[in-house]
Ligand binder design. Structure first.
Ligand code: IMP
Length: 421
């Protein structure tokens, strides 16, 4: 059986914990988009990890961990992560890096600084947009190039020639040397050269053999480059439609498309956010929920759950069921609000607007629901949720038309409630 885990908000939904839980049963885990801009928090046997690149299968033996063609890889980050995890699990994880995945080079991070997009859009400053841009402009460097050092050096040299013409006044660009960059990259990538290969073929075979394959999404639907709140988005396809393209299989046999949803809404970086709370309630979510970026440490903006956005995300991904996370953060509130529709210049709107300018003007229309004060300790089945929490879960299911199968009430794997019998 194959499952895709997809973020349905602006990232940080808790996909890390959910994929880590599901990866236990998987023979292959495939990360299909983004790069080290992601930050997945995982607690493995009591040790907390913030992973950025490696798929969640690295924590288990006998699991193949694939970085698919649609990802972008920073060899420095991969190196560090694999070292730390190898030490923790006592063996080197098995990796397969798609030969067509693009590499983040030091000049991609530098370009993001020179262009000021970090400051303007609030990006993660990991060189993500410049790398995807180079890919589309056909001047990127791919993992497969590492196996041909002569080709690699020529491609880097060509790109540096362009950059030096584009940035004649930048001393940092002026200092870049193709030979040195290629050499550093080859040294860093040396332990991974044997892991670079035909990811499409390996995934197709695993699906054909009906092995348990888990597809791990990064970021969230509203950050999708095509369907998100453009231009305040990331540069990859974060949604189910992008998965097939990334892995090179048009209709992968994925039966479960599990959407991960946080019980409230958060966003890091700039961009419209209709249900944002700039008051004590929002501060309470941030403090109780530890809402600080795993990659950048930035405080996340917090607000009420937006069902208009969620309906859109469920449709866009063809979600079959939902994992609802961090519902425990809402415990203790007298009243909980849920956004059911928007109002724009006096008109009601129940479709999510594709234009950031319209979204900017949307006023949320809320339904107020009762809060709860009971703890979730010892609750194992959704049937045993406190009444008000059960009503909140039911409102989400009714609002988006798919069932909630998993509810997460804490970062540890044990703090998980399943629908139950
Ligand atoms: P970039 O992906 O670094 O280009 O950043 C573009 C936007 O996506 C910024 O608003 C980031 O904060 C946001 N973003 C990128 N990756 C993540 C993530 O994993 N979680 C949450 N937000 C993210």
């Amino acid at each position: 059986m194959a499952t895709a885990v997809l973020g349905l908000q602006w990232g940080d939904e808790g996909k890390g914990k959910i994929t880590h839980l599901l990866a236990r049963e998987a023979g292959m885990v495939v990360r299909f988009n983004g790069g080290p801009n992601a930050g997945h928090t995982v607690i493995d046997r009591g040790v907390k990890f913030g992973t950025h690149l490696v798929p969640a299968g690295v924590f288990y033996p006998n699991t193949v961990n694939v970085l698919a063609g649609g990802t972008v890889i920073d060899m420095e980050v991969l190196h560090e992560e694999v070292e730390a995890i190898s030490e923790h699990v006592g063996r080197r994880p098995e990796l397969l890096i798609a030969e067509n995945a693009h590499l983040i080079l030091p000049y991609h991070r530098l370009l993001e600084e020179l262009e000021g997009s970090g400051a303007h859009f609030g990006t993660t400053r990991r060189g993500i947009a410049p790398t995807y841009r180079d890919k589309a402009a056909k001047v990127g460097i791919r993992a497969g190039d590492l196996r041909r050092p002569d080709v690699l050096a020529t491609r880097i040299e060509r790109r540096l020639d362009q950059l030096k013409r584009q940035w004649p006044a930048s001393e940092e660009v002026g200092r870049l040397d193709a030979g040195t960059l290629a050499e550093e990259l080859v040294t860093l990538a040396d332990p991974f050269i044997g892991s670079i290969g035909d990811a499409t073929g390996a995934i197709a075979e695993a699906l054909r053999e009906k092995r348990n394959v888990l597809f791990e999404g990064a970021q969230g639907t509203l950050l999708d480059v095509d369907h998100g709140t453009y231009p305040y988005v990331t540069s990859s396809s974060t949604t189910y439609a992008g998965l097939g393209n990334s892995i090179g299989i048009p209709e992968p046999a994925i039966t479960q498309r599990l959407g991960v949803v946080k019980a409230y809404q958060t966003r890091v970086g700039a961009g419209p956010f209709p249900t944002e709370l700039e008051d004590e309630t929002g501060v309470g979510f941030r403090e109780r929920g530890g809402e600080y970026g795993v990659t950048t440490g930035r405080p996340r903006r917090c607000g009420w759950l937006d069902l208009v956005a969620l309906r859109y995300a469920v449709e866009l991904n063809g979600v079959t069921d939902i994992a609802l996370t961090k519902i425990d953060v809402l415990t203790g509130l007298d009243e909980i609000k849920i956004c059911r529709a928007f109002e724009v210049e006096g008109e009601a709107l129940d479709r999510y607007p594709l234009s950031g300018d319209v979204l900017e003007k949307c006023e949320p229309i809320y339904e107020a629901m009762s809060g709860w004060s009971e703890s979730f300790d010892g609750v194992e089945s959704l049937r045993d949720l406190p009444d008000a929490a059960a009503a909140y879960v039911a409102a989400i299911e009714e609002g988006v038309g798919v069932p909630v199968e998993i509810v997460s009430v804490g970062p540890e794997p044990e703090a998980t409630i399943y629908r139950g019998l």
